[in-house]
Design a protein around this ligand. Sequence first.
Ligand code: ATP
Length: 512
Amino acid sequence: MSNNAELFPKIISHAKEYGFIFQSSEIYDGLAAVYDYGQYGAELKKNIREYWWKAMVQMNENIVGIDSAIFMHPTVWKASGHVDAFNDPLIDNKDSKKRYRADVLIEEAVQKIEAKIEKEVEKAKARFSPFDEAMFRSTNARVVENQTKIDAINTRFKAALEANDMDGIKQIIIDLEIVCPISGTKNWTDVRQFNLMFSTEMGSVSEDSSKIYLRPETAQGIFVNFLNVQKTGRMRIPFGIAQIGKAFRNEIVARQFIFRMREFEQMEMQFFVRPGTEMEWYESWKQKRMQWHIALGLGEGKQRFHDHLKLAHYANAAADIEFEFPFGFKELEGIHSRTDFDLKSHEEFSGKKLRYFDPELNESYIPYVVETSIGLDRMFLAILSTAYNEEKLEDGTTREVLNIPAFLAPVKVCVMPLTKKDGLPEKAREILDVLKYDHITQYDEKDSIGKRYRRQDSIGTPFCITVDHQSLEDNMVTIRHRDTMTQERVAIADLPKLVNSKVSINEVLKQL
Ligand code: ATP
C-alpha cells in the first residue's frame, strides 16, 4: 500500500478512470469544486443514501422523511441567522494572491504542534519500559512547553471567534508565524468575514424580482414544515424528521476533491424533544450515529468524536464524528443540540405559532432539537478512500481493488461466459435474467477471465460468476469472491439466495 500522500491522488484518478466521479463541465476545463457522479458513482451514492434513509426512517417508527424545495422564502435565512452569521473568516496572502480560511490556518498550525507532542511521546515510549505516559506528559520540558502553547492559542482563538474579533484572529496567525504554503511568506492581508450563501433572483421582470438564496443546509426545510408534518403525521414528541437533499455553499477554499464542494448533498435529521431532555437525546444520537458508521466495517479507529471549541449561534452542545481520510482526521458528520433557536426564531419572523401541545404535560411548548447532519459526498469519499487498495500478488503483478462493503457496491454481480460460443453466452444470460430483478448486474464476455476479474475488482464488484462447458451439463457455476479471490462451485439454482444473503443491507441494519 502506498503512503497517504501518494494515495489520495491515486484515489482521485481511479474515481475518474472507472466512472465514479468526473469534474463538472470538464470539456470547458471544469468548474471549481463542483463534481459529477458517473455511472458507478451514482450507484454507490444511491446505496449510501439508502443505508442512511433505512437506518433513520425505516428502522425508527418515530422518524419520518420529507423532501423540501431548495428555494425558500428569503426571510427563512434571516430567521435562521444565515444572512448575518453564516460567514467564514478569510485572509489572503499578498504575494501568492491565494485565499485561505483564517480559522483553518490556525487549526492546522495547532495540529502540527500536537503532532510534535505525540512524536515525543512515541519516542519515549519506545525507549522506556515501564513507561508512565501521564507523568511524561506533565514533566517533559518540550511537551509541557508545546502543550502550554496550544492551550493558550486555543483560549485566544475561542475568544476571538466568539467576539468576532478579526484583528485578534490575524494576531494569532502572526504569533504562530504561519506562512503561505505557496509563497512561503507571512505577507497577509487583514482577516474579513465572507458570507457563504449563493444568491439569485426570483421573478421574471426586474421590478418583481427579489433576492433569494440557494439553501446552505437542508435543515430549514424541516423546521418550516415542523407543524405540517407533526399534525398530518400525528407525531408525538419525541419524533424526528429526516431529509436528504442538495445544499450550496460558496466555500472560500474548496479543495480536497469532493471533501469540500460548492454544491453537495446532506443527509439531515432533526429530532424534536421536550425542553430539558435535549442533552440525553444528544448523547443518545451521538452513540447511534457512531454505531451507524462502525456497522459499515471500514476499520477500527477510523472514526472519532471531536467536541466543538466554538458553538454555532444556535447550539448548546455540538460534536463532530471525524473520519480518518487520506489527508488526516476531518469532520464527516455533525451532531448538534440546536435548542429551540430555529423554531423560536421562525415564530418571531413569521408571526405563526410553531408549538407542540404535549398531552402528557397538558401544555404547549416550542420543542428543542437535536440534529444529526452528514455530508453524503464526504461519506462517499470516506468509503472510496478506505476501499481503495493496491495488492501485490504472488505473480508479481499489482491488483487494484475496491473493497467496498458488498451491500454498497455499485455492481453486485458480473456474469461471464468462459467463451463466446457453444451456448455459454445464452446460459450466462439466463442467470443474469434471474439476478437482475434484485441487483445491478453486468455481463462481460470480452478478454480473458483474468482481465475481466480485474475490471470488476476495480469497480468493487463483490461477485463474479463464470459459466463454463461443465455448467451446461451439471448446472453449476464458479463464483469468485472479490476480497479473497477464492472461487467455489455452486448450483445455479442456489445463486439468488447466496448473492442475496451476502449483499443484504438487512444484516448491517440489524447491528444498529
Ligand atoms: P466544515 O467545518 O467542514 O466546513 P461544517 O461544520 O460547516 O463543515 P455543517 O454545517 O455541520 O458542516 O454540515 C454538516 C455536514 O455537511 C458536514 O459534516 C459535512 O459532512 C457536510 N458538508 C458541509 N459543507 C460541505 C461542503 N462544502 N462539501 C461537502 N460536504 C459538506
